[in-house]
Design a binder for this molecule. Sequence first.
Ligand code: SF4
Length: 302
Amino acid sequence: MKVTIDKKSGFCWGVVRTVDIAEQVLNDAKDSGKNTYILGHIIHNPKEISRLEDKGLKTISHSDLEEIAKKDKDANIIIRAHGEPPSTYQKSAELGLKIIDATCPLVTNLQNRVRKYYELGYQIIIFGKRDHAEVIGLRGVCNDECIIIKSFEEAKQITQFDRKTVFMSQTTMDKQVFHQIKEYLNTKINDMIDLGSLDDKLLGRDTTCRAVTKRKEPLVEFAKSNDVMIFVSGKTSSNGKSLYQSCLEVNPKSYFIEDCNEIDWSWFENAETVGITGATSTPHWYMEKVKEEIERRYNNTN
Ligand code: SF4
């Protein structure tokens, strides 16, 4: 049996950057004796979270900030790649806490765009998941005056089409669905916006992240070329769920796991080739571990 890790898999550059910042802060904190906290899980991957927790990173929620301000004022507070709404920065400043901002620059750009169109008086529609951390940040920059839709069906429930409108996306949503919804909304908007074309009534800004979307095509090819696919990802990863669906569509023998323990060895019956891939938050070192596990087991049982 040949087991191969997808060459295009592993962290996206935004996650690499956030993890690098966290490791650097943790290293510096070793000498100063400061604690390092992160608001929410650093990424949607329990393996990487526990690796960084072993180095001293402590995951906290917003409700912990006041307590930290009382007892641990010199601590480092990291903001993760998903970003935060302005209220978090404001609260931290009021409490006198030191923020280290590791928001992915693409998310910061998206926040800036939402803020810009909000200030210009546009109706804002966002394709995303209302309670996803990134979307909470986007809602924050427009005072929560936006419409969030997570599917084509939800787009059909929008009734107000008499304002100039901008349509954007959470970075990890499906690009194709974004464009389907954009086309639909375009036919519904009554208020003409000067875009230089009479057909463009809606300002559609494709803000899906290329680090995710450009993965889909090679991933599909990789999934087609293997008998069995093991998709390794945290269960809460948005792009993990979506990329896994892309694998499953072309290879019904695609299996989603978060941990090696979830492998069912009957999946590999008659398989000659096994492909391993994952989300943009799946660490390479853990896919290596899955590979070793499969190879060890296969060799032991044959
Ligand atoms: S998926 Fe894209 S937006 Fe999200 S952290 Fe990675 S590079 Fe940044």
